[in-house]
Design a protein around this ligand. Structure first.
Ligand code: C5P
Length: 234
């Protein structure tokens, strides 16, 4: 799948999401969209089916993390949704990630991309060391979690764009990096800490950028999305 901008549709209802996406109706390129926990818990499989019907590629960002058998069975359900990308927490272990992959793979061998979350960008080095009792540097942890994901057969990881280079170094150029924490050079950081621009994310090696508020809260969301695409995809 080629490099793309994924719009984080962080809305609390199907109505708000569809009204937002209606703005893009005249575009020849269909936005790739992310459905996260908020929207999925509010609107369920019906919003996935509707966005699919409208021709959007979909990243279903539910970050599964449970015992391997439970994750495998949940992934079997999600595989029928026919989305393009789903994810799990790498902290669930290689066994859990391999089970997720097994559950996700359809009888004909096809499946969505499966991506692992390494360390959330909201987790600081200090919290990782003091609360999670994981020693060492956060970058070492991210590289190790990414290697675990690669060894389990996954396609890539979610990480900060600033970590995309170290992930590629550890797991190879073909291992995908999906990176939130994107801001235009002239816009607010909001609550994001480790941010960079779409253009810089491309230079560092991100394959997909996940962009929420710089597009959803813009005065002209379509213009903001076009700007992201121009900077990141070219
Ligand atoms: O509005 P903003 O561009 O900050 O949105 C980023 C999106 O990426 C949100 O949906 C957020 O939940 C998600 N995300 C993130 N950091 C992670 C994983 C996911 O910001 N480590």
């Amino acid at each position: 799948m080629e490099r793309d901008v994924i719009i984080a549709c962080d809305f609390s209802s199907a109505e708000a999401t569809l009204a937002f996406l209606d703005k893009f109706a005249g575009e020849s390129r269909k936005p790739f969209v992310k459905i996260g926990m908020e929207l999925y818990y509010a609107a369920g499989p019906a919003i996935v089916a509707e966005l699919k019907r409208r021709g959007h590629k979909i990243f279903l960002d539910l970050k599964l993390h449970d015992i391997p058998n439970t994750v495998k069975k949940a992934m079997r359900v999600l595989s029928a949704f026919d989305v393009d990308m789903v994810n799990v927490h790498a902290a669930g272990t290689k066994e859990m990630m391999a089970a997720a992959l097994e559950g996700l793979t359809r009888e004909d061998g096809t499946r969505p991309l499966l991506i692992a979350v390494t360390q959330l960008t909201s987790t600081s080095q200090q919290a990782m060391n003091d609360q999670l009792l994981i020693g060492g540097s956060i970058n070492d942890c991210i590289a190790r979690y990414a290697m675990n994901a690669a060894e389990a057969g996954l396609d890539g990881v979610v990480c900060s764009p600033l970590e995309a280079g170290l992930v590629k170094k550890a797991c190879g150029e073909n291992f995908l990096t999906v990176t939130p924490g994107i801001r235009f050079a002239d816009s607010a950081a909001d609550d994001q800490k480790r941010i960079t621009t779409p253009e810089r994310a491309r230079e560092i090696g991100s394959d997909f950028i996940v962009v929420g508020r710089p597009i959803t809260a813009a005065d002209d969301p379509v213009a903001a999305w076009r700007r992201c695409v121009a900077e990141f995809v070219g």
